[in-house]
Design a protein around this ligand. Structure first.
Ligand SMILES: *Cc1c(COP(=O)(O)O)cnc(C)c1O
Length: 369
């Protein structure tokens, strides 16, 4: 559970270094690939950089604390983390459920790589996840889904999975551990991209797997050691450095999203708005039960692609960019990437600008009501 502290306090505490006189308050990165070995060969000190190192451990301990996990493992990207977990869990003969309406590269990986190795890949939308899980060995759920912001009832999904020994993996990238803690709702593993709101500055890629089953985590760790898709020390340090302000940033992003969703909804040029925090959103009821905050992303639909481009052109604050969770508010027209959404459908990721500035800029850019 999240404990009694607020998110910003949890962020700051998670990256606190050892409280020893003379030690640096912010631990510097250790770039070593090799370490002096102890004569005692049972000693488990650091030996080689691909196995473990002090810079990873600082990041991993912070991520584990935030996710409410016993342990976390860092990876070179969200996809490296996610595919490591799937390679460990989805064995030949298994049925794997992946989100039909989630991050598109996961489906491509499952189709192009896992299916040809004897894994039956089933794609299910959020609304069909629980039914699909009833016939699966491994389920990967993404909630809120990206980019349409539908929500999977994680408690129900976890009950279904548990009743038949199905392993449940939840992609927690969009919600972040400040928005929801899937492990406390019954997930076996969390996978996520730290590239988005956790690192939050659009300047580093990273990913992680978090969980509390020692045997599962050990298998993922061995996969990382053998496959070698590791995070560099500098990048690990950058993510740790960013995590200290992640709670504060996420707080502003959530506040901006709530205000922007209302602004968009009241404008006649906007055909529809999706944000789980809106009381009449189809996702709201389940989201309110399982999420601690509704997140920093709002999806909406304008008339066509030109209307989305014009919105960004007329705005002084919005940047056109894919990815999300950074300090700048950004807009991404998702049909560009092949998502099955309308041409004027855009995902807007809140930055940390002042809410009033963002709302008035958006009103101005949308044009007269
Ligand atoms: C971005 C993203 C990923 C992949 O993360 P990378 O760090 O870009 O590899 C996976 N899942 C979701 C939901 C994402 O948004």
């Amino acid at each position: 559970m999240a404990g009694t502290h607020g998110d910003s306090t949890r962020s700051v505490k998670a990256v606190a270094s050892q409280d020893v006189p003379g030690a640096a308050v912010a631990a510097p990165p250790v770039f070593a690939s090799a370490y002096h070995l102890a004569a005692d060969e049972d000693d488990t000190l650091d030996s080689y950089g691909r196995r473990s190192n002090p810079t990873w451990r600082q990041l991993e301990s912070a991520l584990a604390q935030l996710e409410g996990a016993a342990a976390a493992l860092s990876f070179a990207s969200g996809m490296a983390a996610l595919t490591a977990a799937l390679r460990v869990l989805a064995q030949p003969g298994h049925t794997l459920v992946v989100p039909a309406d989630g991050y598109y590269q996961v489906r491509a990986y499952a189709r192009e790589y896992l299916a040809s190795r004897g894994v039956t890949v089933v794609e299910a939308r959020c609304a069909d996840m629980v039914d699909a899980a009833a016939h699966a060995d491994v389920v990967l759920a993404e909630t809120p889904s990206n980019p349409e912001l539908d929500v999977v009832d994680l408690h129900r999904l976890a009950l279904t999975c548990r009743s038949r020994g199905t392993v449940l993996v939840v992609d927690n990238t969009t919600a972040t551990p400040f928005g929801q803690q899937p492990l406390s709702l019954g997930a076996d593993l969390v996978v996520a991209s730290a590239t988005k709101a956790l690192a939050g500055h659009s300047d580093v890629l990273a990913g992680y797997v978090a969980g509390s089953h020692p045997e599962l985590m050990e298998r993922v760790e061995r996969e990382r050691l053998h496959a070698g898709a590791i995070l560099g020390a500098f990048e690990a340090w950058l993510v740790t450095r960013s995590l200290g302000s992640a709670g504060l940033r996420f707080d502003r992003q959530c506040q901006n999203a709530a205000a922007v969703a209302l602004t968009l909804r009241s404008h006649p040029a906007v055909r529809s708005v999706r944000f789980p925090g809106l009381a009449d959103d189809p996702s709201h009821e389940v989201a309110a039960r399982q999420m601690r905050r509704f997140g920093g992303i709002v999806s909406f639909e304008l008339a066509d692609a030109d209307a989305v481009h014009a919105l960004v052109d007329r705005s002084a604050l919005l940047v056109a960019a894919t990815s999300f969770g950074g300090i700048h508010t950004s807009v991404d027209r998702r049909a560009r990437w092949g998502d099955s959404v309308a041409a004027g459908f855009a995902r807007m990721s809140m930055g940390i600008e002042d809410t009033d500035d963002l709302v008035s800029d958006l009103q101005q850019a949308l044009g007269p009501a």
